[in-house]
Write a protein that binds this ligand. Structure first.
Ligand code: PLP
Length: 349
């Protein structure tokens, strides 16, 4: 191994999808959200594994992602586009059989005029103020939209990862008020919403981060590990300074390893002097600044110089690293660069 290597366990991924699917009633469909290159893990391999496990409906953020996904999966699985039907996307939506989740009266008009009869869904704003039509817009246009037979009505929770937040119940009530009696399949829950319980499940759930082992799905199997090869090791004495801007010096004679991988790979500079890497079960402190391609690590307590050290693994999961970096696992995953070697584990069971 001479490149920093991201290992993606597709068996863990599909186990997570199946477990989330089992956690809802049998009439509830479980989709898979694979936007942003499947949260940085490689959409083609991730989507194929999920399709093989039984996922029949996928969500992406915009039409170009849907085009890549269609080429990967072929005809059959439904591909839903969360940004809806944007100007210029008509041909792609039509040729690649994408299902836009229409967000505004403007998008509804564009879609029904340019692709009459082409499947679509409608996205409703129940309080997050990001995507979708709000109550007033929906009230004005709902009869017209319902006549065109949308495939589904969806909305998104702003605070699903905080079960006690009053916004959840408020959004649930508004979603009911906007959709009860329509007879159209409904979807409100992403990963967090699934965990809020059956009242939030409706007809279809849309897990993303939970598939990849992230909070708030704490029962998830970890999917990723990230291993950084050791380039060299050297002794450093007290008073000698390590890394750019000379931010660290040892208190006692120390052995410092330089490992391959840096902020160009998504190993954020805010982890400088804070993160730990692991040699098996033994933690090793990052010392000095993280640079573009390298991290320096104190390995004084190790008996031998390891071939590599792990930034993500059994002792440090994506949410642990996110916490150290002051961010969320979503940003850690989607920031992992294309330069990392991606190795996929699959097969077996
Ligand atoms: C990203 C996204 C999801 C998936 O959310 P997770 O929190 O990753 O499960 C579901 N629905 C919408 C509308 C999204 O934007």
């Amino acid at each position: 191994m001479s490149a920093p290597t991201l290992t993606i366990d597709l068996n863990a991924l599909t186990s997570n999808w199946r477990a989330l699917d089992r956690g809802t009633a049998s009439g509830v469909q479980t989709a898979a959200v694979v936007k942003a290159d499947a949260y940085g893990l490689g959409m083609p391999r991730v989507a194929r594994a999920l399709a093989a496990a039984g996922a029949r409906r996928f969500f992406v953020a915009f039409a170009e992602e849907g085009a890549v996904l269609r080429q990967t999966l072929g005809q059959g699985p439904q591909i839903c586009v969360l940004s809806g039907h944007m100007a210029g996307d008509t041909e792609m939506i039509s040729d690649l059989d994408l299902t836009p989740m229409l967000n505004s009266i403007e998008q509804i008009t564009r879609h029904l005029e340019s692709l009459p009869g082409h499947p679509f869904g409608a996205q409703l704003d129940t309080g997050m103020k990001r995507y979708g039509m709000d109550e007033a817009e929906w009230e004005a246009i709902a009869p017209f939209v319902l006549e065109a037979s949308p495939e589904m009505l969806i909305s998104q929770l702003a605070c699903g990862d905080d079960p006690d937040h009053a916004q959840n119940e408020a959004q649930l009530a508004r979603f009911h008020a906007m959709t009860d009696g329509t007879g159209i399949p409904r979807s409100l829950a992403a990963t967090a919403g699934i965990l809020l319980g059956p009242r939030y499940h409706f007809d279809l759930t849309r897990p993303g981060i939970g598939l990849f082992g992230g909070y708030p799905y704490e029962a998830a199997l970890p999917v990723v590990s990230l291993s950084l090869p050791v380039v060299q090791a050297r002794a450093v004495m007290p008073g000698e300074l390590v890394g750019y801007s000379a931010t660290w010096t040892p208190e006692a004679p120390s052995m410092i390893a330089t490992v391959l991988g840096g902020y160009a790979d998504g190993i954020m500079r805010t982890l400088s002097n804070r993160a730990v890497l692991w040699d098996g079960d033994t933690p090793c402190q990052v010392v000095g600044r993280i640079s573009m391609d390298a991290v320096t690590v104190d390995i004084s307590h190790l008996e031998t110089i390891p071939r590599s050290l792990d930034l993500l693994g059994p002792h440090q999961k994506i949410d642990d690293l996110a916490q150290t970096a002051g961010t969320i696992a979503y940003e850690i995953l989607t920031g992992l660069s294309s330069r990392l070697e991606r190795r996929y584990v699959e097969g077996g069971v």
